[in-house]
Design a protein around this ligand. Structure first.
Ligand SMILES: Nc1ncnc2c1ncn2[C@@H]1O[C@H](COP(=O)(O)OP(=O)(O)OP(=O)(O)O)[C@@H](O)[C@H]1O
Ligand SMILES: [Mg+2]
Length: 232
């Protein structure tokens, strides 16, 4: 089966059991990219096929759009057009990468997904209803089973992101002021409160190993990870 828009209507009856879809969310420098890699290793240690991906991007078409979005070129189009570009990238990401992986039984872990659009584009002034409409078109039935929200005060995250970046130029979103980042943090926490079954909020001010343990506990409890191969 080729990946693409036609997959959206494909009959999946009789295929392998669907994999699981985990997303990492949170502000800049919260530790998403580092923790995602740890979690992937742990899941692979349980014999699972794990696909790591990211947004914006995650498929060749969406990576092209990423360049325009994070480089700032798309900012000139205005908030609604920018939100449409995020949605277009997401539709390609879902069709080419996420859905095919889930259908073959893989576990997919994405560094950001639609909660970031809800927060960042929502804060940018695009109406919530419009964002939910774009989201529904982009993802159809492909929604996360678990969203790990790595929560840190904006200042902590920005300090970490700045230290990691060294002398390199901040991207379109990192450049914004502290108050904006704090507002986004609260918006992420509001989303988590609204969907407690999907979200796990992790205190990401802790040491990397403590954060990693908290993530693993949540993944095991909520997604019923198989025991280690030697224990079966
Ligand atoms: N728990 C932690 N304690 C201290 N430093 C951390 C912790 N987690 C990550 N870091 C460091 O903070 C920096 C940012 O981490 P990372 O790149 O994983 O964050 P991120 O959430 O992916 O950020 P961005 O949204 O900017 O991509 C890295 O240099 C990383 O080593
Ligand atoms: Mg990152």
């Amino acid at each position: 089966m080729t990946a693409g828009a036609s997959d959206r209507t494909a009959d999946r009856a009789g295929g392998p059991p669907r994999g699981r879809f985990i997303t990492f969310e949170g502000g800049e420098g919260a530790g998403k990219s580092s923790q995602l890699a740890h979690l992937a290793e742990r899941l692979r240690g349980r014999g699972l096929d794990v696909v790591l991906t990211r947004e914006p991007g995650g498929s060749p078409g969406a990576e092209c759009v990423r360049h325009a979005l994070l480089g700032g070129a798309a900012e000139a189009f205005g908030p609604l057009a920018e939100a449409c570009l995020f949605a277009a990238a997401r539709a390609d990401h879902v069709d080419r990468t996420i859905r095919p992986a889930l259908e073959r039984g893989a576990w997919v872990i994405s560094d950001r997904f639609y909660d970031s659009s809800r927060v960042y584009q929502g804060d940018g002034g695009v109406a919530k209803e419009m964002l939910r409409l774009l989201e529904a078109v982009a993802v159809e039935e492909v929604r996360p089973d678990l969203t790990l929200l790595l929560d840190v005060p904006a200042l902590v995250g920005l300090d970490r992101a700045g230290a990691r970046r060294g002398g390199a130029i901040a991207d379109r979103f990192e450049k914004e002021g502290l108050a904006v980042h704090e507002r986004r943090r609260r918006a992420f926490l509001d989303l988590a409160r609204a969907e407690p079954d999907r979200f796990a909020v992790i205190d990401a001010t802790q040491s990397p190993s403590k954060v990693s343990e908290a993530i693993w506990r949540n993944v095991q409890e909520r997604l019923a990870v198989a025991p280690p191969i030697e224990a079966r």
